[in-house]
Design a protein around this ligand. Structure first.
Ligand code: FES
Ligand SMILES: [Fe+2]
Length: 371
């Protein structure tokens, strides 16, 4: 059984990544090929030709179909084979599984599980990413670590002080206690840390132009398994949100991660930073993109190491947890609950053996009489 929940939505790509070209990407151990049809609709099919397994992502797109690059089986956007070489009749079972996809908030979401159960109303939202009132920078880093290590990492930001010192970490992050709440019905973990009087990390000092200490709030929402939101509020020290009206003396940064398992030991680490200030300032966009990527890569380096440590350890290693781990432990518990709820789901459909023409047996040659 996989270590992630089935019958769930996962981010497979940014919308802007999926176009005319065939994009191959493995999501939850399912190799997928994705493309956008002439109508603009995103298609996700299993990336394995039903004939001899050649990856369709390494094949050719012809109109809205894919022609396998090995022997030419041709698949329509639903995954049905519509042409095969040297025969008119196409075996009924010649099709590749097709996955349900939905575009929302600049993501391509894919349903991993039983297609009949896919419900787009269940997809969590990150509306800033598509909102003209925000400017977003984004990237995706391949992580050679299991997705659970990234969940642990993001649910406890005390590590900012140590792993990201000089970027987003200041002493107050690790010093300030946080509160954790779990919505068991909606399956959301909330972790909040409000720093009343904190040093302004360089990432925010330069992008907001605030000179001096700040009131810094970090409010996390984790919607397992895939979507992580960090609502970050930065204001001059002592400036709190007004009782009524817009919170316009503060700067708001929405940090979003999509945590998508690739395999049991690797993860797609999609990261985004959306801001509601200096919307057209390209220099600030470049600065935030470069600096945030550096921060993400600091995590990637640490988690890649942790993966090798975890893989190499003896069974039954007992971790020690403290207060800062409350959010991470709650996330693990919700993930286990979702795994139990989503188990035993058929993913895609199974292709059959197909129809094979009989092989004619050549009659043995008449023995040649010898003199
Ligand atoms: S492997 Fe695709 S047509 Fe043979
Ligand atoms: Fe980090």
């Amino acid at each position: 059984m996989p270590s992630w929940p089935l019958n769930q939505w996962y981010v497979a790509a940014y919308s802007q990544e999926v176009g005319d070209d065939l994009l191959g990407r493995t999501i939850c151990n399912e190799p997928l090929v994705m493309y956008r049809t002439s109508e603009g609709e995103v298609v996700a099919l299993a990336d394995r030709c039903v004939h001899r397994r050649f990856p369709l992502s390494m094949s050719n797109r012809v109109d809205d179909s894919i022609v396998c690059g090995y022997h030419g089986f041709t698949y329509d956007k639903g995954g049905q084979c519509i042409a095969a070489p040297a025969q008119k009749r196409i075996p009924r079972t010649a099709r590749v599984p097709s996955f349900v996809v939905h575009e929302q908030d600049s993501f391509v979401w894919v349903w991993i599980g039983d297609n009949e159960r896919a419900d787009t109303a269940l997809i969590p939202r990150a509306p800033w990413l598509d909102d003209p009132a925000y400017t977003t920078v984004r990237g995706m880093e391949p992580l050679k670590a299991r997705y659970g290590l990234l969940v642990d990492n993001l649910l406890d930001l005390s590590h900012e002080t140590y792993l990201h010192g000089g970027y987003i970490g200041t002493p107050e992050v690790a010093e300030t206690p946080m509160t954790t709440e779990v919505d068991e019905e909606a399956n959301v973990v909330y972790v909040s840390r409000h720093m009343a009087d904190a040093e302004c990390p360089s990432l925010y000092a330069r992008s907001t132009g605030i000179d001096g200490r700040i009131t810094r709030w970090q409010d996390i929402e984790y919607h397992p398994p895939c979507l992580y939101l960090l609502h970050s509020r930065i204001a001059p020290v002592g400036v709190l949100p007004p009782e009524d009206g817009p919170d316009d003396q503060a700067f708001h940064v929405e940090v979003v991660y999509a945590i998508t398992p690739e395999t049991e030991h690797s993860t797609h680490d999609f990261w985004m930073v959306a801001r509601d200030f200096a919307l057209d300032d390209q220099e600030i966009s470049t600065f935030l993109a470069e600096n945030n990527r550096t921060v993400v890569l600091q995590d990637v380096t640490a988690l890649d190491v942790l993966e090798t440590v975890v893989e190499g350890e003896k069974d039954h290693y007992q971790e020690l947890s403290i207060n800062i781990d409350t959010g991470g432990l709650a996330a693990r518990r919700l993930l286990q609950k979702l795994i139990a709820q989503g188990e035993a789901a058929p993913v895609g459909e199974t292709a059959g053996a197909g129809d094979v023409a009989e092989v004619a047996v050549r009659a043995p040659a008449e023995p040649v009489p010898t003199a």
